[in-house]
Ligand binder design. Structure first.
Ligand code: MAN
Length: 254
């Protein structure tokens, strides 16, 4: 090795040593900063995590008594209690009696429902000679341009748009409303569905003698107050026929 080579090696070493120092300084600085920084980063996470954990623990401890923690819910069910034969016999008899009672109770309710329906029909005034009995359970339709109207004597009246849509209750059976002595000349249905900004709907039915049961017209003289014209043979009493004959002696309606 000659002098110039030796000089080269020395200067390279010096250069490298300088560089090593230059390199070491930022690394050291980074490590110091990291150490300083670590607690600030770790602390909030720990705090948060620890707090969360503490709260959960507190909650759980507050909610469950110490001997009722979730892992203890997997315990085996207790073995069935064994009774002595006499007690077991009593329990079996009691269960059978309870079943019999619930069957009888259900039957009683059904009979009561039927009885109420019969009572409601019997209590209805079906005419001086029960001449309107044939109308019980029947419904009669009438269509105008907009609606299909339905009259179910002693039950309800309704209105349904021809274009489709739900039925609107125009009234439930209330009573005969004709002026005495012709009380059977008008039927009143009330407490129908509420009219917007108005009364509950109601319908007055004018009952007249006719050859068949038929609604011949429906109108709404006042908003949500409807009037039906209904013809029925049930209304053809001697008085009605005499009334319809008029002064000429001829039948006006039949
Ligand atoms: C519906 C029908 C009508 C009634 C109005 C009142 O359109 O029941 O007969 O007049 O409601 O808002």
């Amino acid at each position: 090795m000659d002098d110039s080579q030796r000089n080269n090696i020395v200067s390279t070493r010096i250069f490298l040593s300088t560089k090593r120092h230059e390199f070491k300084f930022p690394v050291t600085l980074f490590l110091i900063l990291l150490l300083l920084h670590l607690p600030f980063q770790v602390e909030p996470v720990n705090e948060h995590g620890d707090e969360q954990h503490d709260v959960d623990q507190e909650d759980e401890e507050g909610e469950y008594p110490a001997d009722d923690l979730p892992e203890e819910t997997h315990t085996e069910p207790p073995p069935p209690v064994e009774y002595d034969p006499e007690t077991q016999q009593l329990i079996t008899s009691a269960n059978a009696a309870r079943n019999d009672f619930s069957v009888a109770d259900r039957e009683l309710r059904e009979i009561e429902t039927q009885l109420n329906a019969v009572r409601a029909t019997v209590e209805k005034d079906l005419g001086a000679e029960e001449e309107y009995a044939a109308l019980v359970g029947e419904c009669f339709n009438y269509e105008d341009r907009e609606y299909i109207y339905k009259l179910c004597p002693f039950d309800r009246t309704s209105q349904q748009p021809r274009a489709g849509g739900s039925e609107t209750r125009l009234g439930n059976w209330e009573a005969w409303k004709g002026a005495p002595p012709n009380i059977y000349s008008k039927m009143m249905f009330s407490n129908g569905s509420g009219c917007w900004n108005g009364p509950q709907r109601s319908a007055l039915i004018h009952v007249e003698c006719g050859l068949e049961n038929k609604v011949t017209g429906v109108s709404e003289p006042n908003r949500c107050e409807y009037e039906f014209k209904f013809e029925t043979p049930a209304a053809c009493t001697v008085e009605a026929i005499e009334r319809s004959e008029g002064p000429s002696g001829k039948h006006d309606e039949l």
